[in-house]
Design a protein around this ligand. Structure first.
Ligand SMILES: Cc1cc2nc3c(=O)[nH]c(=O)nc-3n(C[C@H](O)[C@H](O)[C@H](O)COP(=O)(O)OP(=O)(O)OC[C@H]3O[C@@H](n4cnc5c(N)ncnc54)[C@H](O)[C@@H]3O)c2cc1C
Length: 562
């Protein structure tokens, strides 16, 4: 052992989740050390393509959304999803999504009317991660130790001591931190270290994935090129995505249950069936990225001062393009809480709310993704030779499959519910008021100010996004300046809780929120609402900063109403 480093928070793993967590912590004044086995800026495997609106909102707060939106597919390349017999064959239906330049021009699409300052963005993880890495590495509060492997930790009442090893020199270093967060992916060492077990389905599906180069493919695609092609033919169904919008593509061949090994099916043959090309078509395989579809969620996300987030805590089939996005939501949820405790205005019990909030939500998303996987597998299995007939039966089959595919995939590609619908229903730091949270599905949601829901986004009269105006701490939105907030402001000041007051004079927004006062957390979830400030304002402030974390949700209600 050679040296010892000290830091507020040690983050293991500089994937998208670890990098987001580190940037969010640093933006709140927390010093972070990251350890990562990969080289500085080394891109990951080609996998995730969809950055959700919710993740883009986080990136907006961190000042990197613009850079991300400026990268990915060529500016005018549409993000459409084409349901087809094969990528070069007949199109059955199309989900319409603007290009990134189109988004900036305000063009509409099937996800057009979303209440967000940052619509979804398609960019492969290959391009996204180096951007996140460069941004994080430029923050003075973040120290990234590349080619460094986390090995083990021990914790005591004051902090955590981790042992890490430099993979090039073999040198071992001990790192002492207040908290440790494992963002170290599916095979997480930290998860094992906290004694967490993954529960669910360890293998639902095998997927043969291939990243390839074929510069001539773009010119063979019928009509305007789409970002994603969903091929339905009786020989092979599969998905192809444009990676650079020019010459590289990723193809997923979903194996059936009676094809138990990745090599059960001839890869070259399957690719040609999905593309709809013959043996003369040339392509070069860049890499094979085969993966297993699972539905697994850890039974605990925390042990004392140690937490897990992202793939370390949950894994599922990336239907709806969620996985990374759920991990980024974990990071945004945990960062402000860790910062609040480290900055001294929250009780350590605030941190218990992380698992109470994120574990049920990720479990729920895992079921959404799994149920969707079952439905799309069923559809693939039912494709018959009729889809390629050149007669009325063929026309009718193509129309029916096209509609069915559109209805299934629009929920995933325009997953408004996963973005905006989820709510924290049983949190120790939310003052519930007895009103039910509106139900949501993968594709649908209802904006609501019921405590636990995402504070509905509105544009302010001066053109600002509500979220930009709310700032980094807690915010009270006041829809009538006649209502006093001085008690809340004074209580927050007494406890050192950062709290701003935002007056909104807008009848539509006021109707949407349904209360004259709404307390919004740093992660934009509603913590409390009412028409008057509570008489016991200090109790409410103590509740939301974790000082009453032992109380039951019913007691919270009493506290919030007194
Ligand atoms: C084909 C495919 C498509 C996908 N599409 C989407 C999509 O469209 N949208 C979406 O949201 N998600 C998608 N996902 C899921 C997404 O890729 C993952 O959820 C995401 O990468 C998880 O990020 P992470 O930071 O938690 O983990 P990872 O990306 O796995 O990062 C973990 C990091 O930790 C490092 N590490 C591991 N162990 C150690 C150690 N002991 N010491 C130091 N460092 C360590 C690793 O090197 C790695 O950099 C897809 C996944 C697949 C397979």
């Amino acid at each position: 052992m050679n040296s010892r480093l000290d830091t507020n928070v040690l983050v293991v793993g500089a994937g998208p989740v670890g990098l987001t967590l580190a940037m969010d912590l640093a933006s709140r004044g927390v010093d972070v050390t990251m350890v990562e086995t990969r080289r500085a800026g080394e891109p990951p495997n080609v996998k995730c393509n969809q950055v959700s609106a919710r993740s883009m909102e986080v990136f907006r707060r961190l000042g990197i959304a613009g850079k991300i939106r400026a990268t990915g597919l060529p500016a005018e390349y549409r993000n459409d999803v084409s349901c087809c017999v094969s990528a070069t064959g007949a199109e059955l239906s199309r989900i319409k999504l603007p290009s990134r330049a189109g988004r900036l021009r305000g063009e509409d699409g099937d996800d057009g009317a979303w209440p967000t300052p940052e619509p979804t963005h398609r960019i492969n993880q290959l391009f996204l991660e180096p951007l996140l890495f460069a941004h994080a590495a430029a923050q003075p509060r973040i120290r990234i130790l590349n080619r460094t492997q986390f090995e083990s930790f021990s914790q005591d009442a004051q902090g955590v001591t981790a042992l890490v090893r430099n993979l090039d020199s073999g040198e071992r270093t001990s790192i002492r931190s207040g908290y440790l967060v494992g963002c170290d992916g599916a095979r997480s060492t930290v998860r094992r270290g906290i004694g967490a077990e993954l529960a669910g389905i360890a293998q639902y599906q095998r997927v043969q994935s291939t990243w390839f180069r074929a510069p001539q493919l773009l010119s063979l695609l019928p009509g305007e090129p789409a970002w994603m092609y969903l091929a339905f033919n009786p020989r092979r169904c599969g998905t192809m995505m444009a990676i650079d919008g020019k010459e590289t593509w990723l193809i997923h061949n979903f194996l059936y249950n009676d094809e138990p090994d990745y090599d059960s099916i001839d890869r070259d043959w399957a690719i040609r069936q999905i593309l709809g090309v013959g043996p003369e078509f040339d392509f070069e395989i860049i890499s094979k990225e085969d993966w297993t579809g699972r539905r697994l969620v850890a039974d605990r996300f925390q042990n004392g001062r140690v937490f897990i987030a992202g793939d370390a805590a949950h894994l599922w089939i990336p239907h709806a393009g969620y996985g990374m996005n759920a991990g980024i939501a974990d990071a945004a949820n945990l960062a402000w809480k860790l910062a609040a405790v480290l900055n001294g205005w929250a009780a350590p019990a605030l941190l218990d709310a992380y698992q109470a909030e994120r574990q049920p939500i990720t479990d729920q998303v895992s079921h959404f993704a799994f149920n969707m996987a079952k439905e799309v597998s069923q559809q693939r299995r039912e494709i018959t030779a009729d889809i390629e007939r050149h007669d009325a039966v063929g026309d009718a089959t193509r129309a029916a499959i096209g509609k069915e595919a559109y209805d299934l995939y629009v929920q995933q590609q325009c997953c408004a519910g996963l973005n905006f619908g989820y709510f924290y229903a049983d949190s120790p730091i939310i003052a519930y008021d007895g009103h039910a949270h509106p139900a949501y599905s993968m594709g649908r949601f209802t904006s609501s100010s019921v405590p636990g829901c995402r504070a509905p986004h509105v544009w302010l009269r001066d053109g600002r996004s509500l979220y930009d105006a709310l700032g980094d701490g807690y915010g009270v939105i006041r829809f009538s300046s006649a209502v006093a907030v001085s008690g809340l402001v004074a209580a927050a000041e007494r406890r050192g809780v950062p709290l701003s007051v935002l007056d909104i004079d807008d009848a539509e927004a006021s109707e949407l929120y349904g209360r004259r006062l709404v307390l919004v957390r740093p992660d934009r979830h509603v913590a409390w609402r009412g028409d008057e400030e509570p008489a016991a304002a200090t109790d409410l402030i103590d509740l939301v900063r974790g000082a009453h974390a032992g109380a039951s949700p019913r007691e919270h209600r009493v506290l919030a109403q007194t």
